[in-house]
Ligand binder design. Sequence first.
Ligand code: PLP
Length: 389
Amino acid sequence: MDDIIELDRKYITATYARLPLHIVSGSGSVAVGADGREYIDMGAGIAVNSFGISDKEWVAAVTEQLGKVQHTSNLYYTEPCVRLAGMLCERTGMDKVFFCNSGAEANECAIKAARKYAAEHKGEEYYNIITLKNSFHGRTVTTLAATGQDEYHTMFKPLTDGFVYAEPNDIEDVRRKLDANKTAAIMFEVVQGEGGVNALSFDFVSGLRDLAREYEVLLIADEVQTGNGRTGKLYGYMNYDVEPDIVTTAKGLAGGLPIGAVMFSRNVSGVYTPGTHGSTFGGNPVCCAGAVNILSRIDESLLEQVRQKSDFIRSAFEGARGVRSVSGLGLMLGLDVEKDAKSVASECLDRGVLVLTAKNKVRLLPALNIPMDLLGRAVDIIKEVCAQS
Ligand SMILES: *Cc1c(COP(=O)(O)O)cnc(C)c1O
């Protein structure tokens, strides 16, 4: 154990069950530990380091902005956030963007927007938001309430009122919840990440689209994890036949700097007016300069590589010993393993590969540009670990 691990135990709240690895540096999909050992990174900081660790082009874009101005407050105009918003709107067809600093904050902003829109168009009693069981939407009191998993709620009640949980992939259950509750919006992840890397079915998402129209409720896609190329499309919803009214994103958008973004379609983009929402750090020029670099590189050819690497991982694990099934989309994949997923993660760490878990799945979220040789080596090691009893 080095010093840092001891000091962390002494001074940092015990909210994280960290693995025994102190990362000091890295390059792309290789992380380097304090003892100089190299690890293949199949987690990318939980889908955050879109182009890996300290990618040169990204570092240059970020440091260039750092040398100009690091923060101005939202009382003034800056270029990087406007450029980023323009890119987001042009590539999604959305109309306007609000910037904040994290996924939970992006979802808070979307929830407030849906409530305000419903209050103005249908009446204040239409405040309910339907989310899905097994979802994850964040750790604030309201986004915890939105999260359809009781285990996250205990000890923190009362949570924000007005959330109703429906069964994923059961469109009749969503209809029942709409009939029973005056509803502002339906909020969903197209692939439930923390809930176990489960993609919603194509038909269910089409069903949500139809119900939203029928009941005049908004659709909010939580793309905090599925966004920014992760699923092999720029945003996860683009794998489906749906156009959400509000899209939230965060994790991978700025390639490793804190950022959250909420995109609004034309019908709802007027919901916020001066003074109705805000964020001190939101739209920070350094984070936005990083995001402009990342987004400009998530082009069709990169997305095609994401899909090919996804197929490679899937076919390597389908039918592999100790692996029951593979779930997810793009480079957001879950392995339903026979062993305890946490012990797979810790054995992989011993063998020089960083993987994540979600429920009892081994979760793989490598950098979008992970080189094939590293990916192949990591897959071989994970396969061996899963096969050993
Ligand atoms: C990670 C995550 C969040 C929370 O994001 P933070 O940046 O940790 O607040 C919300 N929704 C989804 C789908 C996520 O994966």
